[in-house]
Ligand binder design. Structure first.
Ligand code: C5P
Length: 335
């Protein structure tokens, strides 16, 4: 039997609408589910303010996350052993061992609850790999919610967020989605109000960029300057609150952009092509190399994507709206 959404009791389960991560509901019997499928969004950073390197090697951030409607889907099913498979155009670049954040999420949750994580995790990947859009983090958050549901643990949102923060700086945001300010290394989240939908175009580059390498380049470029403490821009927060795309475009900022451009100079051509095609503004998404363009409306976004596709400055171009919901159970199959 196929059912939508998380945690209804008793089994067999029935639900009417998607339930967000951490929703409170009584668990169903552990044997009630044969598989759980979770959908998780990509993110773009409307602002990424980066402070100086800390003693632990991380950087304090003021990170304005927006979840965007490009999704990976994670399906977990009981298996003889922990195993990860992946499908999608970039699947060959996805590690299938325990360096994959989805596998690490299953291991971390299993360890916490004394469960041997014998699950098959299948990732249907649509988020660009190593593109600065938190695709790996999405898979970690998705696998965590999927296993929590499969094993009927009913963990609270705070319990799941704590495991997410151990997995990586961007993983907590992948769980909650929407819009949020991330401080600390990006894992301490304050949800933000958003007054409307924003239309984005993403130009996907050939090959990825390693996040640690981009942060190291940031350190090199800023070595002889005094790096101010990162702070969220009030103008940008107000633009989000009022849903004003033109004001948001004027405030978009990414302190990692000079480092990403130094490592991948061709991105300057992509940024120029998107702006010439009519984008309100463009910037490197997170640590790159995906570039993100804000459009005035859906029609403008489609036109910009078409122009970018034929510009020769990117591998492909995608349109997506923000904000998008966080990790969501979209299907459960009961045995
Ligand atoms: O937290 P996560 O594993 O995603 O971080 C990957 C790498 O990115 C870190 O090892 C670090 O080099 C860099 N990073 C950083 N400061 C942050 C987040 C990430 O320097 N706030």
């Amino acid at each position: 039997m196929s059912v939508e959404e998380r945690t209804q009791a008793p089994a067999p389960v029935r639900a009417d609408a998607p339930v967000r991560a951490g929703a409170e509901a009584p668990p169903v019997r552990a044997d009630a589910r044969a598989s759980v499928r979770v959908r998780v969004p990509a993110k773009v950073n409307a602002q990424l303010a980066v402070g100086a390197a800390r003693a632990d090697g991380f950087h304090d951030l003021a990170n304005v996350f927006l979840a965007v409607g490009l999704y990976d889907e994670i399906t977990v099913t009981p298996a003889d052993e922990l195993r990860v498979t992946c499908e999608g155009p970039d699947a060959a670049q996805v590690p299938l061992d325990t360096t994959n954040l989805a596998a690490r999420a299953a291991l971390a949750l299993g360890e916490r609850h004394g469960i041997d994580p014998r699950v098959h995790i299948h990732i249907a990947k649509d988020i660009p790999v190593a593109g600065g859009m938190a695709g790996g983090s999405a898979d970690g958050a998705g696998a965590l919610l999927a296993c929590d549901t499969l094993w009927s643990l009913g963990s609270s949102r705070d319990e799941l967020l704590a495991i997410c923060a151990e997995l990586g700086s961007d993983v907590p945001f992948s769980l909650i989605g929407g819009a949020a300010l991330g401080t600390g290394r990006g894992e301490r989240l304050t949800p933000l109000a958003v007054g409307g939908g924003f239309h984005w175009v993403f130009a996907v580059a050939d090959g990825g960029l390693s996040t640690p390498t981009v942060f190291r380049e940031f350190d090199r470029l800023t070595a002889h300057t005094s790096v101010p403490a990162p702070e969220a821009d009030p103008v940008l927060l107000e633009a989000l609150r009022t849903g004003d795309a033109v004001s948001l475009a004027g405030a978009l900022a990414n302190d990692l952009q000079p480092a990403a451009l130094a490592l991948r100079p061709s991105l300057a051509g992509t940024l120029a092509a998107g702006t010439a095609a009519g984008a309100l503004a463009g910037l490197v998404s997170g640590s790159g190399p995906t570039t993100a363009f804000l459009a005035k409306d859906a029609e403008a976004a489609a036109r910009i994507a078409d122009t970018l596709l034929t510009s020769g400055t990117c591998r492909t171009a995608r349109v997506a709206e923000a904000p998008a919901p966080g990790a969501t159970v979209v299907e459960q199959t009961a045995s």
